[in-house]
Design a protein around this ligand. Sequence first.
Ligand SMILES: [Zn+2]
Length: 475
Amino acid sequence: MLKLYNTLTRQVEDFKSIHPHKVGMYSCGPTVYDYMHIGNLRTFVLSDILFRVLKFNGYDVKSVQNITDIDDKIVKKALETNETIEGVSKKFTQVFLKDVNRLNIPWKMGEQPRVTEYITQIVIYIKVLMEKGLAYQEADGSVYFDISKFPRYGKLSQIDKRELKSGTRVLSDEYTKENVQDFALWKAVPEGEIGSYKSELGWGRPGWHIECSVMSQETLSDTFDIHVGGVDLIFPHHENEIAQSEGKTGKKFVNYFVHGAHMLVNGQKMSKSLGNFYTLQDVEQKGFNPLALRYLYLQTHYRQEMNFTFGALEAAQKALFRLWEEVSTWDKPKIARLPTPVRSNGGQGCAEFEEKFFEAVNDDLNMPKALAVIWELVKSDYPTSAKAESLLRFDHILGLNLWEVHEKGFTAPAEKIPDSIMKLVKEREQLRKQKRFHLADQIRHKIKKLGYDIEDKKGGETVVKMIIDKQDRFY
Ligand SMILES: [Zn+2]
């Protein structure tokens, strides 16, 4: 039985789907105006792991993730870069799809609704909220949700009701808990201005929160099983989604809210101004395999704050490469590759480890424990064909390319040091032989500035290594 922590109840609960064998889940997707940072990508991997674990439990899963392709940030970016809104959103949608693909997150077509395709439905939805007296239009044409008309407002985020500022409004989509106010459903934007749509509500564009209510309910149903997002979305975003959706239908919106914890970088909050805002491109430029990042994510439980360092990523990559090297030498399992994840049905696998692995993943997605189990399996005395059968079954959940590696083989690449660096290293060696240590030290300093460190071994050998924790290499 799958157990999940539900933010609605602040408890780990047994998961029960609305329809037997079927699950509808919705994950808040990207706003496509910039590169995703590795903190965002961690939440998307959480959605993917949950999707895979549900499939393994025998559910037919419909997983939907929206793409926000119109919003204040996209408008701002378009104005700054002199591009069209479509130009900006298309570019970063492509970047996003490439990123998730490299992290082995398989999104299927049709499961990623875009806001611009739902403007009509959003307007109709807002009109229903207005007819029900839950929303009102201001003189400028903007429409706001009246939180005083929804008594359960603040239940998810456990906001103290006394903080409610009734009668005051907030147009911005992002605000703090100190500003619990009526929020915008429709933002009036003058005709002809960038990012403005003609509608029965006048010219304007939807607010951020309304789009997720509309797209989740349109693609799934009024009430669905699971909603996933980062903890930063609990307030105001998910709180507002509940108010809109339950206000409209009078039914419960979502049964389980699953939230992924924050990510820190070297113990600090990630931000562009601190220069520790990393994207998947940065990770790859430093010579890492994207799946090393996936492995690193799996090493921390999704509800735990994760501290990212490049040292930790290097260790994760080493572990992953070791696993790949190990698996590539194993005998073929006695089963064919299965298209869907299923439990062992008395095959030749390692039953005791399968039991432990599936217990871990079903225990609120305890992936760190699941990884520990696979290493126990690797070190065990089972025949390698039996180990392969179990591990390849686990990979339906892990998503670490174990099948591919097993079939094609794998040798960890030697660390490649650029020729330009090696040239400097040789120059330095020459200078040291000539006992011109001052000049040799200057070259060492130069090499360090380029991101590489030198270690002189006793036998006269020089070891060159990339400095991986230097934050300002790319910014
Ligand atoms: Zn959302």
